[in-house]
Design a protein around this ligand. Structure first.
Ligand SMILES: C[S@@+](CC[C@H](N)C(=O)[O-])C[C@H]1O[C@@H](n2cnc3c(N)ncnc32)[C@H](O)[C@@H]1O
Length: 246
């Protein structure tokens, strides 16, 4: 059995990636030109970006396929006296009633979609966008030196009061399909006893930037601008955001 962003994975994600801030947040907020703009965040997860947008008074809603991530997003919002408008939904099946000024998918999440779902998802996003709207996407890029791990290796152990969550992974790379597949095993250990084990298959589609730009254009977005965000996830980091419009 495989849990996708289940309880343990979500707890770890929230412990290290709760709320976006600094240069990453500033970058996304720079696309807000007036207070009436409506924003959609597919794959919003724990509200890492959605909640800071709400704190800035922006009308944003989002959806995700992980009930655990959505639960954390709602609970976190409540603590801040906010009521996030988030729901369970798959990007590849998304059919909304509204059109948005801005759609954002931060933190490489678009790479979680296998090729078979990419065109469908882009078509759905295009129909959800106003004619002068913008779509901001992040992807995981191909890079040299990918390391495969055929056997389990422990990657981290994090303590939450009396509970430890230990993460193990195996990694395999299919170069022909540009798919980096990690199998994660999360173990919750209390007083030396394993309380729960969670398995997660985590396939990532890696792109060359130019290849991704072509994918965007072949799906009807005529204008593509690539932004580089220096120090976006903290000092010394760098990532690209692909701005797409019709
Ligand atoms: C790495 S998290 C990132 C969450 C958020 N974008 C952020 O910036 O922190 C990726 C999220 O994408 C969601 N996800 C993966 N595939 C999805 C799909 N087909 N439709 C909707 N959400 C999906 C996962 O459940 C997970 O919560």
């Amino acid at each position: 059995m495989s849990d996708y962003y289940g309880e343990l994975c979500t707890k770890l994600y929230e412990s290290s990636k709760s709320l976006s801030e600094g240069k990453e947040l500033d970058f996304y907020l720079s696309f807000i030109k007036d207070e009436n703009m409506k924003v959609l965040e597919p794959m919003c997860g724990n509200g890492r970006m959605l909640i800071p947008f709400m704190q800035n008074g922006i009308r944003i809603e989002g959806f995700d396929i992980s009930e655990e991530m959505l639960k954390v997003c709602k609970a976190k919002g409540e603590k801040l006296n906010l009521k996030p408008n988030v729901w369970y939904g798959k990007i590849e099946e998304y059919k909304g009633n509204h059109q948005f000024d801005l759609i954002i998918i931060p933190f490489g999440s678009f790479s979680l979609l296998p090729d078979a779902l990419v065109d469908k998802s882009l078509t759905n996003l295009k129909s959800a966008l106003k004619s002068n709207g913008k779509l901001l996407l992040t992807i995981m890029l191909k890079h040299s030196g990918i390391k495969e791990f055929p056997d389990w290796v422990e990657t981290e152990r994090v303590q939450f009061e009396d509970e430890w969550i230990i993460t193990y992974k195996k990694v395999q790379y299919n170069e022909k399909e540009s798919m980096l597949t990690t199998r994660f095993k999360y173990q919750s250990v209390i007083n030396g006893q394993i309380r729960k084990t969670e398995m997660m298959d985590f396939p990532l589609r890696l792109y060359a930037l130019e290849e991704f730009e072509n994918t965007i254009k072949s799906n009807g977005f005529n204008h593509v601008v690539v932004h580089g965000v220096k120090d976006g996830y903290g000092e010394g980091t760098f990532f690209y955001v692909v701005e797409c419009s019709m």
